[in-house]
Design a protein around this ligand. Structure first.
Ligand code: M6R
Length: 641
């Protein structure tokens, strides 16, 4: 949600800022802007500069066109791509925001929670605001502080800008990352973070700062992730890093490895389609890493994660929550551990009573979802306060970004290793999250069996071994399925040209997949869709059905196969057009259209049934000519509550 890029060095900043923003555009795309500082000849006096600021509503190409017309000179600058929180997506609300003199510019990700009171205070002192954003208070506060420091006789230089930022930050409440440039200090860039990501990239004689790795990957592989509360002064000569109390900090940079940080669409029409096609690879990597020959499963987790766990609670949002629901099914039905899934956004305000020996799992592909982080933090704090060791926090994060805020918050991380996902609609990261839960369920099942805790009715060792054997076949199964269903769903998409509502039905372990199918369709095609447990249809939603409402029904052999088919019959009797995600067999001839599946153990079926959900949504949206990768109103990672 929103992307920040900032640069200082010896080259023209604007082209690199725009390229960095292009890499981050998937994080927010309702408006964008840059500000650069051009150093002016000063005849031996204090350095002086001119600030250039360009903004444009809509996609980044509008900003690029503006820059091509007007230019923005300077070797130092900041840029931002926005997902609106405060104020409509209009040019005047786009970042950077300037102070009254137009000499100081700020970009910010996050929310300044006390912006209203700060705005009132500033307005009472005569400050005129030009935007509706929370961010605009920052340049005004900084300008006032700089004015005061100048009047006290301080030298106007980079250090003064740093000092002003350090003095203003304590006035700001909330979670944010920001970057500031000032025309009076053309060789200085100040950046700061509090509970929102910011990384510094170290180039040759230049430094780039960004809110996410894709903006850095094409620039440098040497990075310095900033920690909470840190402020940095960047000049062409180096970095000065300070902690929240203003002490100088020294830390070694780290290296970005692999190609997973580079966003490249290859020959696919959209990132989403490419990422759907990458799922066999996601599975192959996972199998290679975690299903070694001769063992049930090998996860890189401390025994402390498993030891003595009596219950599990999982906190997540959106697609991650659907993966968590499949996970809960597996943890209960395979490992016998009572598991509850919560909407992270609800958990914080209505937490359940504390139970002892609880493992809390946060699932977030980005590792930056504010709702999930806030819920995990709250849970961690209330358990720390409790004092009884049985209630001590034991937190595991499942993420695609181990270097994220989640990675710093929890003590154990399971990296799903899916590589960068650019499409706003999560696909391959969902696959990675599902696989993480298969691994966890197997690992718990193994340990509980060894401890003599296996409950009757749960899969025995033989079935677990058979599951693992089928999981090893998963990459090949997925490869065939993705190719086949890509073609089938493309052919099916034209049937949805005038569709306004779609119902997705599933039961048991495939109920979360029905919800995921509905979420995917809503997100990218803007068609209203509902995911329902098939048995609930007759308790109300069946009233919605007629010939104009297609029903997608997930029916896989196992505990609820016949039940789901009966529920599908009920829909057919109301003239609904039935699309079956099911194996081809006489039982499934009732479907008007079949998206056929190979038969696997029912417990593994979500790994397959999700593929037609993703491809159907993709092709319906693409057929409607919609912007699949950057759907309206959404952002890849939702870093505000
Ligand atoms: O980064 P997270 O996994 O925490 O994101 C959670 C949701 O915002 C996310 O899954 C959202 O629902 C996606 N756009 C789904 O496609």
């Amino acid at each position: 949600m929103c992307g920040i890029v900032a640069l200082i060095g010896s080259r023209e900043a604007a082209p690199q800022l725009l390229e960095g923003l292009r890499q981050l555009e998937y994080r927010g795309y309702d408006s964008a802007g840059i500000a650069t500082v051009e150093a002016l000849p000063n005849g031996g006096g204090a350095p002086e500069g001119r600030l250039h600021c360009l903004k444009a509503e809509g996609k980044l190409l509008n900003l690029t066109a503006r820059w091509e017309e007007q230019g923005a000179a300077g070797h130092c600058g900041i840029g931002h791509t926005r997902w609106a929180t405060h104020g409509k997506p209009e040019e005047r609300n786009a970042h950077p925001h300037l102070d009254g003199s137009g000499q100081l510019a700020v970009v910010q990700n996050g929310i300044i929670e006390n912006h209203r009171s700060l705005r009132e205070l500033l307005q009472a002192e005569g400050v005129m605001f030009r935007s509706d954003t929370d961010t605009e208070v920052i340049p005004h506060l900084l300008a006032r502080r700089l004015d005061a420091l100048e009047k006290e006789g301080h030298l106007i230089d980079a250090a003064l800008l740093l000092r002003a930022v350090q003095e203003v930050l304590p006035l700001l409440h909330g979670a944010y990352a920001l970057a500031v440039v000032w025309a009076k200090a053309p060789g200085a860039l100040v950046v700061a973070r509090r509970q929102a990501p910011l990384l510094i990239g170290l180039g040759e004689g230049e430094f780039l700062c960004a809110s996410d790795t894709p903006a850095l990957a094409g620039f440098t592989r040497t990075i310095l992730p900033m920690e909470d509360g840190e402020v940095a002064l960047l000049t062409p000569l180096g970095i000065e890093l300070y902690n929240a109390t203003g002490e100088r900090v020294q830390r070694n940079p780290s290296l970005l490895t692999g190609t997973e940080h580079v966003a490249d669409k290859r020959s696919f029409r959209h990132f989403m389609l490419k990422e759907i096609h990458e799922q066999p690879e996601t599975a192959a990597l996972w199998v290679a890493r975690h299903l070694p020959e001769g063992a049930l499963v090998a996860l890189p987790l401390d025994e402390a994660v498993y030891c003595g766990v009596e219950r599990i609670q999982i906190l997540a949002c959106g697609t991650s929550r659907h993966a968590a629901q499949v996970g809960a099914y597996l943890l209960e039905q395979v490992a016998g551990v009572p598991t509850t899934v919560f909407y992270a956004s609800e958990f914080r305000y209505a937490p359940p009573p504390l139970s002892p020996h609880m493992l809390t799992i946060g699932v977030t592909q980005s590792g930056e979802t504010a709702d999930t982080l806030a819920a995990l933090t709250m849970e961690q704090q209330r358990r720390q306060r409790h004092g009884d060791p049985a209630y001590a926090p034991r937190m595991l994060g499942i993420t695609n970004r181990p270097e994220s805020s989640l990675g710093r918050l929890v003590s154990h991380i399971l990296d799903i290793g899916a590589g960068i996902e650019v499409g706003v609609a999560a696909t391959k990261t969902f696959m990675g999250q599902l696989l993480a839960f298969y691994g966890l369920a197997l690992a718990f099942a193994e340990r509980r069996a060894a401890a003599g805790l296996r409950q009757p009715g749960l899969p025995d060792h033989g079935r677990l071994m058979a599951l693992v054997a089928q999981l090893r076949e998963l990459p090949a199964l997925l490869q065939a399925l993705v190719e086949d269903h890509d073609r089938r769903c493309a052919e099916l998409a034209h049937l949805f040209t005038d569709t306004q509502d779609v119902i997705f039905l599933g039961r048991g372990i495939n109920y979360p997949i029905a919800m995921e199918g509905a979420l995917k369709l809503k997100e990218i095609s803007y068609i209203h869709a509902e995911g329902y447990p098939a048995g609930e249809m007759k308790h109300g939603p069946i009233a919605l059905l007629d010939a104009r409402v297609p029903v997608v029904s997930i029916a896989v052999p196992g505990t609820v196969f016949d039940k789901v088919l009966s529920n599908a019959q009920e829909a057919k009797a109301r003239d609904a057009r039935l699309i079956g995600v099911a194996p081809a067999c006489p039982d499934t001839e009732l479907f008007d259209t079949l998206l056929p599946l190979p038969i696997v153990d029912e417990l593994l079926s979500p790994l397959l049934t999700v593929i037609p959900m993703q491809l159907l949504s993709y092709h319906i949206a693409a057929h409607r000519g919609l912007d699949v990768d950057q759907p309206r109103n959404l952002a890849k990672s939702v870093t505000v509550e």
